[in-house]
Ligand binder design. Structure first.
Ligand code: ATP
Ligand code: MG
Length: 429
């Protein structure tokens, strides 16, 4: 059969089997954030284009090549390429900065970027992110990094390495940019076309280029940490001290600048060697100027975005364990209409108690029902026939060892039985 419709390049379907893994990772991320007092925000998928060009930056790959932008009426609208801009917009629009600071938020959002699709790089992908507003001290940076670290550790990813850098502030960055410009100026003939343009408008961006030629040149470029003003240097030292005190191992990588323009001072990445080139699982940093840039009061802030698609790939490639798939507790077979109605009544009662229960809904023969129960991996099964209905008792079979138990044909008796089985199972394991 030739398919009439296929998913758009760079997008994927997450099927049962995989979706449970997603839910597990999302739950761990949200629960870990909650241990830091971070609460979830949900923001729209679309925003005014200008929100992103302003915050992400005109000279970034995201704005120059990757945004999904369209006109509707007189408005230019963009599918969010990241979560920070929308979160800042929401924080300002809902006057959230007038509450006690710091304000700490997290989100799970799908993001859209016209990227070059390959393993770990998609056009629609999902980020878990956190944003923290109103704290300029390095303790906040350490805490934000700590959240990412805790999530990765809880998921069993101990081999991911943390890399940090400081890219300075508006006070010290001009001198650094000057030095970068001078360095690349003499190597213009070896830069890619985009970088030639970046050289004039935003030399820092040259360090983020993915072209091999530019990457090689960047290796010997001046380092931002050598140009920090006293305040930024002190902040960076403060961060390192706190990471040490939390027992988080890190490496200073002087060439991390991150792909978005709004960062100041701290930038960091969690990098894995398990998925080839698309190795950054989590990236973030401080963006002390962004809230003001978007029309709010001067507010120090910081956060990170964790690519969950990549994270799951790394987990799979590292042999991380996922929780077992939830099974079917009981299959209630039946022969005849009254028996089928009884099965439905029992199933309804048990489901409300939280058990996973299946019964026949398609009029299968008893033999076919039992085959189906087997396929569904039912832990227990029973068959209600006219005898059982008349006497009000049925035999439930435990499928693992064939043990049979007589149980009254009644919701309460069934749930007693299943609770008992669960308790026994817990005691066994
Ligand atoms: P890269 O350099 O890999 O393109 P980036 O600098 O564009 O990353 P950020 O904008 O900082 O990435 O996004 C944070 C995280 O989101 C990344 O570290 C990555 O895990 C994930 N991510 C970014 N783009 C994609 C994508 N196209 N597909 C899947 N995950 C992505
Ligand atoms: Mg990118």
């Amino acid at each position: 059969m030739s398919l009439k419709y296929r998913s758009i390049r760079g997008t994927r379907d997450i099927l049962p089997g995989q979706s449970e893994k997603w839910r597990y990772v999302e739950r761990v991320a949200l629960e870990t954030a909650a241990t830091y007092g971070i609460r979830q925000i949900r923001i729209p998928t679309i925003e005014k284009t200008e929100l992103f060009t302003r915050s992400v930056g005109e000279t970034t790959d995201v704005v120059q090549k990757e945004m999904y932008t369209f006109e509707k009426g007189r408005e230019s609208i963009t599918l969010r390429p990241e979560g920070t801009a929308g979160t800042v917009r929401a924080v300002l629009e809902n006057s959230m900065l007038s509450d006690t600071l710091p304000l700490k938020l997290c989100y799970i959002v799908s993001c859209f970027r016209h990227d070059n699709p390959q393993a770990g790089r998609y056009r629609e992908f999902t980020q878990f992110g956190i944003e923290c507003f109103g704290n300029s001290l390095p303790t906040a940076d350490a805490e934000v990094i700590g959240v990412a670290y805790d999530i990765l550790t809880r998921l069993g990813l101990s081999e991911i390495s943390l890399e940090i850098n400081s890219i300075g502030c508006p006070k010290c960055r001009p001198a650094y940019q000057q030095a970068l410009k001078a360095y690349f100026e003499g190597k213009k003939d070896r830069l890619c076309k985009t970088c030639l343009e970046r050289l004039e408008r935003n030399p820092l961006r040259l360090l983020d280029c993915k072209e091999e030629g530019c990457k090689a040149l960047a290796a010997d470029a001046p380092k931002s940490i050598d140009y920090l003003c006293d305040e930024c240097a002190e902040h960076f030292a403060g961060l390192k001290k706190r990471l040490d005190s939390m027992g988080l191992a890190y490496r200073v990588n002087p060439f991390i600048v991150r792909g978005l323009d709004y960062y100041t001072k701290t930038v960091f990445e969690f990098v894995s060697d398990k998925i080839g080139a698309q190795a950054t699982v989590c990236g973030g940093g401080r963006y002390d100027g962004l809230v003001e840039e978007l029309g709010g009061p001067p507010t120090p802030a910081l956060g990170f975005g964790m690519g969950l698609d990549r994270l799951l790939l790394v987990m799979e490639n590292s042999g991380c364990e996922f929780p077992p798939l939830p099974g079917c507790d009981l299959y209630i077979g039946s022969m005849g209409e009254d028996e089928n109605v009884k099965a439905l009544t029992l199933a309804t009662h048990l489901r409300r108690e939280g058990f996973t229960v299946l019964c026949d809904t398609v009029g299968r023969s008893v033999k076919a029902q039992m085959r189906y129960a087997d396929k569904q991996n039912a832990a227990h099964s029973c068959i209600i026939g006219s005898n059982e209905l008349e006497q009000g008792v049925v035999t439930i079979k435990r499928m693992s060892d064939g043990q049979q138990t007589q149980v009254a044909l009644d919701g309460e008796a069934f749930s007693q039985y299943l609770y008992g089985e669960k308790a026994e199972e817990i005691a066994r394991t």
